[in-house]
Design a protein around this ligand. Structure first.
Ligand code: AMP
Length: 353
C-alpha cells in the first residue's frame, strides 16, 4: 500500500485517495456552509467536470483531524447508491491557503483537506422555498420514493443518518434526489442497540424518543424525520417548528397525542418522560389536521408520525405503501420539467452552520 506523504491522507482501500492536490480544481463560488466548513462549486481543470468541494476546517481542532469528518468519510466510502451523494475523492492543499484578500486562511500552517462530491444543483428546502413553488403529487411521490430508497439502503447497511432534513436532500436538474451530509451519521448494529448520542437531528425533525432523552434508538429516528418532510411537502411549510426542546415536544403532543403506556409501552422508563409528560390529556389529531390530504398519503403519514418508535413504519415497508402504487403514480425523475428548475442557476436553503 502506498504511504501518504506528509500532510496527505492515507485511506486504506484506495491509496490514490488524498494523493491529489486541490489545485486540480478551480473554485467557482461558495455554495454552502456545512457542519465543519465551507462548500464550493468547482471545476476539475483536466476534465471540466463540475464538483462540490467541502473543506474540512481544522482551525478549531486541537485533536487533529475532526472525528465527524473521519466518520463521514468512512461511512460514505462504503455507501454506493443512486440516492446517496457520491464522495469521489479526498484532495489536500499542502501549504497555507489565502482567501480572496490575500489573507492566510483559517488553519494557517497545517494545510487543508477537502472532500470532493458530485455536484447537485439544488437542495429540497431551497427548491420548495422558491416563491410560488408547489410540487405536484407525482413529483412529491417521486422525491419521497427516492428519499425512502436511499434511506432503506443506509439502514440495510446499518447506517443511521441522524440529520434528515430538506437542506440535506440534494436534487439535480434531472429530478434525482440524494441524501447528503453524513456528518452526524453513524453505524449501528441490530443486536447492540444502546448508548448512542442523544442530541442528534435538527430540532424540527427530531423524534419524541430523542426529545425524551433516550440513548437507545435505531433507524426509526430517521423515519420520524422523513414523516416531517413528507407532511411539509404536502402542507407547503414545516409542520413542527419548535423554538426549543420543550416547545418541540409540546407541538408533537398537540399533533400526535400524549404518549402513555398504552400507545407506547415502555415510554415511562425513558429518562425525561416524567419531566415532560403533559399534565392534561391530549388526543391525536393527525387525521383532522390533515384531512385535506389524500387518503393514502394520510395513511402513510400516520405510520411515519407514530410516537412509539417500535411501531413506526420502516423505509422498506413505506416503499410498499399504497400511496406509491395508486394514481397519480410517482413521475419518472427524467420527466421532471428541467426548464422550470433551471430558471435560476440553483436554489439552496440559505447558508447555515
Ligand atoms: P453539508 O455540510 O453537506 O450539509 O453542506 C452544506 C450545504 O452545501 C448544503 O446544504 C448544500 O446546499 C451545499 N452542498 C453540499 N454538498 C453539495 C453537493 N454535493 N452539491 C451541491 N451543493 C452541495
Amino acid at each position: 500500500m502506498a504511504v501518504a506523504a506528509p500532510g496527505q491522507l492515507n485511506l486504506d482501500e484506495s491509496p490514490a485517495w488524498g494523493s491529489r492536490s486541490v489545485d486540480c480544481f478551480e473554485k467557482l463560488e461558495q455554495i454552502g456552509e456545512g457542519t465543519y466548513g465551507q462548500v464550493f462549486m468547482a471545476r476539475e481543470i483536466r476534465t471540466g467536470e463540475i464538483v462540490a468541494l467541502k473543506k474540512i476546517r481544522m482551525d478549531n481542532e486541537r485533536e487533529g483531524f475532526p472525528i465527524t469528518a473521519i466518520r463521514e468519510i468512512k461511512i460514505l466510502k462504503k455507501l454506493h447508491h443512486d440516492n446517496v451523494i457520491k464522495l469521489k475523492e479526498i484532495v489536500t492543499s499542502p501549504g497555507p491557503e489565502r482567501d480572496d484578500h490575500g489573507k492566510i486562511d483559517g488553519n494557517k500552517y497545517k494545510g487543508s483537506i477537502y472532500m470532493v462530491f458530485e455536484y447537485m444543483d439544488h437542495d429540497l428546502t431551497g427548491l420548495s422555498d422558491r416563491p410560488g413553488m408547489r410540487f405536484t403529487v407525482p413529483q412529491i411521490k417521486c422525491y419521497m420514493r427516492q428519499l425512502l430508497t436511499g434511506l432503506h439502503y443506509c439502514h440495510v447497511n446499518q447506517v443511521l443518518h441522524r440529520d434528515i432534513k430538506g437542506s440535506n436532500l440534494l436534487i439535480d436538474n434531472e429530478g434525482n434526489l440524494k441524501l447528503a451530509d453524513f456528518g452526524l451519521a453513524r453505524s449501528f448494529s441490530n443486536d447492540h442497540n444502546g448508548n448512542l448520542t442523544n442530541r442528534v437531528i435538527t430540532l424540527w425533525y427530531r423524534p419524541p424518543e430523542l426529545l425524551l432523552g433516550t440513548t437507545k434508538y435505531g433507524p426509526a429516528v430517521d423515519m420520524w424525520s422523513v414523516g416531517c418532510i413528507f407532511a411539509e411537502l404536502l402542507h407547503g411549510k414545516p409542520i413542527l417548528p419548535g423554538k426549543n426542546e420543550p416547545e418541540q415536544l409540546n407541538k408533537i403532543f398537540e399533533l400526535c397525542g400524549a404518549p402513555d403506556e398504552v400507545n407506547w409501552p415502555g415510554v415511562s422508563k425513558i429518562p425525561w418522560y416524567n419531566n415532560f409528560k403533559p399534565s392534561r390529556p391530549m388526543k391525536r389529531r393527525v387525521r383532522e389536521t390533515y384531512k385535506h390530504f389524500d387518503r393514502h398519503a394520510l395513511e402513510l403519514l400516520e405510520r411515519m408520525l407514530t410516537l412509539d418508535p417500535s411501531q413506526r413504519i420502516s423505509a422498506k415497508d413505506a416503499l410498499d405503501a399504497e400511496y406509491f402504487w395508486t394514481d397519480p403514480l410517482p413521475c419518472d425523475p427524467k420527466r421532471f420539467d428541467i426548464h422550470e428548475f433551471s430558471i435560476y442557476a440553483s436554489s439552496r436553503s440559505c447558508m447555515e452552520g
